[in-house]
Design a protein around this ligand. Structure first.
Ligand code: PBG
Length: 332
């Protein structure tokens, strides 16, 4: 065949052509915005490790809510950062706890926003771990599951639309599903943090959530970054246990895992562009090292790898970039 006949660049010759053959698009309904809630009133404090993100008291957040909506945000992932943590993580399941109160206030103020909650113990437990331990240092799975289930139920009772367990305990999706079904919450879906790696990219979040482990690390429950097949074991187990969505976390350094999740399961796949990814990109933009449109490219790449949904701290910026780079016919 004549070499001239097969010219892929022929389809890149104009903005209209590029627009026509573009394989992936970002839509605001794909985007989930994390929010950190604290106790108190009138608080909106920028988080030093995550510039552009805030610790909000519920009343202060409600004031910013119309702006978030005007930026196209339709789903929030709520994190609670209580003042006092305790050894038993009691505040994780307290009906009047920080996340539960935020859920009630948000539901009352605005029925339209989808409210997801992170279900874990590390933000609430004094040692900053996602689980309890036996005296010999092994994970006390039974006790951990019991408290996680109670926390999950308290979120459902307070009005959570989707529960997102992020602890990585074996069997927690099944245990939470069973408790929801028995408790009259069979309509509440579970988004399982299924393939969650023991990643150094969570560093800025742990400052934001005051959840760095007080001793050791999370390698006994979060996954080894070297492992790929194991992610599939985790993903398929969560499918079996009744998850409604699967999640891979972090996102950008783990695109192969997102692709695996997409190709080997039928459920919607979410990817979490975590705090370290955000901080790296943002610092790059602020220092003039990276062009800011790299933000949209990063989301497109996560989408291309197979993610249906993206949790990102850039949520507030996405609509503007969709306008600039998708609907005006320009390539990234
Ligand atoms: C709680 C949780 C973490 C993140 C989400 N849920 C921290 C962790 O596992 O250490 C990280 C999110 C981020 O880095 O943006 N277990």
């Amino acid at each position: 065949m004549n070499m001239e006949r097969r010219m892929p660049a022929r389809l890149r010759g104009s903005a209209q052509l590029r627009d026509m053959v573009r394989e992936n698009r970002i839509d605001m309904s794909d985007i989930i915005c994390p929010v950190f809630f604290v106790e108190g009133k009138g608080i909106k404090e920028e988080i030093p490790s995550l510039r552009g993100q805030y610790h909000y008291s519920v009343d202060a957040f409600l004031k910013d809510l119309p702006e978030l909506k005007s930026k196209g945000i339709r789903a929030l992932l709520l994190f609670g950062v209580p003042k006092e943590k305790d050894a038993q993580a009691d505040c994780a399941k307290d009906a009047g706890g920080v996340v539960q109160s935020a859920l009630r206030a948000l539901k009352e103020a605005d029925g339209g926003m989808l409210l997801l909650t992170d279900v874990c113990l590390c933000q609430y437990k004094s040692d900053g771990h996602c689980c309890f331990f036996h005296g010999d240092g092994h994970i006390d799975r039974e006790k951990t599951l019991k408290v996680l289930v109670e926390a999950a139920l308290s979120h459902a009772q307070a009005g959570a639309d989707i529960l997102a367990p992020s602890d990585m305990m074996d069997g927690r999706v099944g245990a939470i599903r069973e408790a929801l079904d028995e408790g009259g919450y069979s309509h509440v879906p579970i988004m399982a943090y299924s393939a969650k790696y023991a990643s150094s990219f969570y560093g800025p979040f742990r400052d934001a959530a005051h959840s760095a482990p007080g001793f050791g690390d999370r390698k006994a429950y979060q996954m080894d970054p070297a492992n790929k097949r194991e992610a599939l074991v985790e993903l398929l187990l969560d499918v079996e246990e009744g998850a409604d969505f699967l999640m891979v976390k972090p996102a950008m350094p783990y695109l192969d895992i997102i692709q695996d999740a997409r190709q080997n399961t039928r459920l919607p796949v979410a990817a979490y562009q975590v705090s370290g990814e955000y901080a790296l990109l943002r610092n790059g933009f602020e220092q003039g090292i990276l062009e800011e449109k790299g933000l949209f490219e990063s989301l497109l790449c996560i989408k291309r790898s197979g993610a249906d949904l993206i949790i990102t701290y850039f949520a507030k910026d996405v609509q503007e970039w969709i306008g600039r780079y998708q609907t005006e016919g320009n390539c990234v």
